[in-house]
Design a protein around this ligand. Structure first.
Ligand code: GLN
Length: 535
C-alpha cells in the first residue's frame, strides 16, 4: 500500500480535488487499484450541516454519509463507490479520541495532540488502504498549508512518511502561480514561500502542481524546480482547463504518471488513457447544443450544484451534445430576464434544497414546464414542489404545500416522513443513502434505467403524503417508482407530457463519465427533441 498526499499552498480553491482525482485516474488507467480520501480540517463531524453557500454541495454516499463535494470528484474520476471511511474531519478524529479516553483506553496517560490525535489520523488513513485493498491511496488535505487546523494532519503525514519509507509515501503540493504586470510575467515567489512553510513542518514535496492562467513558462518551471528542490519533470503545469475532464490528459502528457511510478518503484504497462480519451473526445466535440435551465438558490456558484452539472455533461457526451447551463435564482422569477430564460430553455431542472426561500419561484418554473411541454426534471425538493404545483393548479387545492414551508396548510401534500416525527437532532438524521426503488414496467423511468429494481441515494425528511396519492394519480401525475413496501413515492411522471419526471432520490450522485444518470440522460434527450421541434 502506498500513499500520495495532495496538499495546497498559497490559497484555497486551487482545484486540489480535481488534481487528486486526475492523479488517481491516470494511475488507475495503468491497472493499479486506486482509492481516495478527503481530509477536511474543520470541526464539524461531517458536511451534512453545512449549507451550500458556506461549503458547496453536500455529496451523499451509498452508505448515507454526507460528504464534501470532492468525494463526488473521486467517484466520477475513479469510477468507484466510497464510504464514510473515506472522509476524515477534525470533528471525527477528536470525537473518536475523546470517546476512547472516556472508555478508559488511555488510563493513566495524558491525552495529547501528539501522539494521540496524530495516531488516530494515521490509523484512519491506514484503515482506508487496508479495507479497500488499494495499491494506492490518494489523500487530499483540505485547506492551505500553514492553517492552524491542518497542523496535526501534516505532522501525522510527516511521521507516516518516515515510518513507511520514501518509496511508499509521496507528497504532491498544489500552488498558484499568478501572472502580473503588462508582460503577464509568471511569479513563483508564492510557491517558494508555501514550500518553505511545508519544509518547516518537515515535509519536502516531491511534485509541484502549479495552477496558472496559461501554461507555465519554461523559466517559471525552472525557477520552481531550483528553489523548491524538485526535479524539472516533477513541476507540473496546470493551466485553466475548458473541461475538468482534460486534467488527467494534462497530467499524463507532462509525464507525471511515469514520474510517480518511478518514484514509487512501480512498473506497470501504459494504456495511454484510451478509455478516458474516448469520453473526453465526446465532451470536447459536440455535434449540437442544448440549453438546460437550473432554477435554484445559489446560482452564482458552480459548486453548489456540481453533481447536477456533471451529470448533465455526462448525459450530453453520450448524446453528442454540449449542455449549456442557464441559471436562474428562484427568487428572481418575476424579473424580465427570468422570463427570457424560461423561453430560452430546452429543458428545466429543479434541484434539491431546504427552506422556503425561493420555493414560489421554483413552483412557477415547474408550472411553466408543465403547461408548455418543456422537458422537466425535479429532484428531491424539485420533485416535492412538482407535486405541490400539481395539487395547486391541477387539483385546485390552492393552498397545497409542504409542511416544511407551511405547517398549517389545509392540503399538506408533502409531509414529514413518519420516522422523522420524533427526530430533533440535525446531524445525519435524515433518510440518507442508497435505498432500493421498484420501478413500474413500461414507465419512462423503466425505459431509462432498463430495470424495474434500482438503487439510488437519498437525503430528505419529507415525502409525498400517502393520503393524496390516488387524487394526484387520477389527475395524471403517476407515481412510477416506489419504495419496496409501496409506502414511499420515489418517482413521478406526468401523462401526456414529453418529459415531466420527478424523483425523491438524487440520481446526480451516481452519474459517471460514460454512465450518465438515467434521469439526466432522459432530460437532455427530451430537451434535444424539444429544441429540434422548435419552441
Ligand atoms: N427539504 C426537503 C426534505 O427534507 C428536500 C430535501 C432535498 O431536496 N434534499 O425532504
Amino acid at each position: 500500500m502506498k500513499f500520495i498526499v495532495v496538499t495546497g499552498g498559497v490559497l484555497s480553491g486551487l482545484g486540489k480535488g480535481i488534481t487528486s482525482s486526475s492523479i488517481g485516474c491516470v494511475l488507475k488507467a495503468r491497472g493499479l487499484k486506486v482509492t481516495a480520501m478527503k481530509i477536511d480540517p474543520y470541526l464539524n463531524f461531517d458536511a451534512g450541516t453545512l449549507n451550500p453557500f458556506e461549503h458547496c454541495e453536500v455529496f451523499v454516499l451509498d452508505d448515507g454519509s454526507e460528504a464534501d463535494l470532492d468525494l463526488g470528484n473521486y467517484e466520477r474520476f475513479l469510477d468507484v463507490s466510497l464510504t464514510s471511511d473515506h472522509v476524515m474531519t477534525t470533528g471525527k478524529v477528536y470525537g473518536s479520541v475523546i470517546e476512547k479516553e472516556r472508555e478508559g483506553n488511555f488510563l493513566g496517560k495524558t491525552v495529547q495532540i501528539i501522539p494521540h490525535i496524530t495516531n488516530e489520523i494515521k490509523s484512519m488513513m491506514s484503515n482506508v488502504g487496508m479495507k479497500s485493498g488499494a495499491d494506492i491511496v490518494i489523500i487530499e488535505l483540505g485547506g492551505t498549508v500553514g492553517d492552524i487546523e491542518s497542523a496535526p494532519f501534516l505532522e501525522a503525514m510527516r511521521q507516516m512518511h518516515s515510518e513507511m519509507g520514501h518509496e511508499n509515501f509521496v507528497f504532491v503540493h498544489t500552488t498558484l502561480v499568478p501572472s502580473l504586470g503588462t508582460l503577464k510575467e509568471q511569479k513563483t515567489k508564492p510557491t517558494q514561500h508555501s514550500v518553505k512553510e511545508l519544509r518547516a513542518i518537515g515535509i519536502q514535496p516531491d511534485v509541484i502542481v502549479a495552477r496558472s492562467e496559461r501554461p507555465l513558462d519554461d523559466s517559471a518551471r525552472r525557477k520552481i524546480a531550483l528553489f523548491c528542490d524538485v526535479p524539472l519533470d516533477a513541476v507540473i503545469s496546470a493551466p485553466d482547463a475548458n473541461s475538468i475532464y482534460q486534467v488527467p490528459i494534462f497530467v499524463e502528457e507532462q509525464g507525471l504518471t511515469n514520474y510517480l511510478l518511478k518514484r514509487m518503484a512501480l512498473e506497470v504497462p501504459d494504456d495511454g488513457l484510451a478509455n478516458w480519451t474516448k469520453f473526453l473526445k465526446k465532451v470536447m466535440n459536440p455535434k449540437k447544443d442544448v440549453k438546460i435551465l437550473l432554477v435554484g438558490k445559489y446560482m452564482d456558484q458552480y459548486d453548489s450544484y456540481m453533481s447536477h452539472y456533471e451529470a448533465l455533461t455526462h448525459a450530453g457526451a453520450e448524446l453528442n451534445a454540449r449542455v449549456q447551463y442557464l441559471r436562474m435564482e428562484a427568487e428572481d422569477i418575476s424579473k424580465e430576464e427570468s422570463k427570457d430564460l424560461l423561453g430560452e430553455a430546452d429543458g428545466i431542472l429543479i434541484p434539491g434544497g431546504f427552506g422556503s426561500r425561493g420555493t414560489d419561484g421554483k413552483i412557477e418554473a415547474i408550472r411553466y414546464a408543465r403547461e408548455n411541454g418543456v422537458p422537466f426534471l425535479g429532484v428531491c425538493l424539485g420533485f416535492q414542489l412538482a407535486v405541490v404545483e400539481f395539487a395547486r393548479n391541477a387539483l385546485d387545492f390552492h393552498d397545497a404545500n409542504s409542511t416544511e414551508f407551511e405547517p398549517h396548510t389545509s392540503h399538506p401534500v408533502v409531509d414529514l416522513l413518519p420516522e422523522q416525527k420524533d427526530v430533533t437532532k440535525k446531524g445525519a438524521t435524515m433518510r440518507l443513502g442508497a435505498q432500493e426503488i421498484l420501478v413500474e414496467k413500461g414507465s419512462k423511468a423503466h425505459k431509462l434505467y432498463g430495470s424495474t429494481t434500482i438503487s439510488e441515494r437519498h437525503r430528505h425528511r419529507f415525502e409525498v403524503n400517502p393520503h393524496y396519492i390516488d387524487m394526484i394519480r387520477d389527475k395524471g401525475l403517476k407515481f412510477t417508482g416506489k419504495s419496496p413496501d409501496g409506502k414511499k413515492m420515489e418517482i413521478a411522471e406526468l401523462d401526456g407530457h414529453p418529459f415531466f419526471v420527478g424523483s425523491q432520490f438524487h440520481p446526480e450522485f451516481k452519474s459517471r463519465p460514460q454512465k450518465p444518470a438515467p434521469l439526466h440522460y432522459g432530460l437532455v434527450k427530451a430537451a434535444l427533441e424539444f429544441s429540434k421541434k422548435g419552441k
